[in-house]
Design a protein around this ligand. Sequence first.
Ligand code: APR
Length: 173
Amino acid sequence: MYLIKTIKGDITKVTDVQAIVNAANNSLLGGGGVDGAIHRAAGPKLLAECRTLHGCETGEAKITKAYNLPCSYVIHTVGSIWNGGRDKEEELLANCYFNSMKLAMENGIRTIAFPSISTGVYAFPVELAAKVAVGTVNRFLQDNPDSFDLVEWVLFDAHTEAVYEAEVDKIYE
Ligand code: APR
């Protein structure tokens, strides 16, 4: 049986998962927010490997080593930029979670941590993002029983953590 949980903290510091997910941009060449934090913590070899990947489409996911991070893999995915909900933002965000889980499963990864994809610079409303995130991951786990032991969201602020926690609580009600 798998566990889904939320914690408040810095995703570059979690030690209980094999892979952390990066909220990257289409270039995969680093940026601010969690992307910047992951590249700073991993060191320059992460950028060097990312350069060999030739970018990533929105909603898609690519995997690299984690270098100086305390996990084994980084799965880079590119969230959708919120534009009022008129440009398939929800569907593309759901693709981020589906494709990250699928890529993790294909690599034998059973424990994974996500940030709150798209809710920072990309301005996706946190409440809707949390619904999409938790709903997509939960459906993936139900469709692929015994494929994961732990999926956690590592949230950087108390409000975001409370929103995701409320969504996860609904699963276990
Ligand atoms: N650990 C966990 N979460 C973090 C961390 C961290 N170290 N740093 C920031 N966050 C949180 C933010 O507070 C926000 O809730 O990650 C969430 C996503 O915010 P962003 O990092 O801005 O990501 P996103 O909204 O998907 O925008 C992606 O921002 O950094 C650039 O290169 C990136 O262009 C891309 C865009």
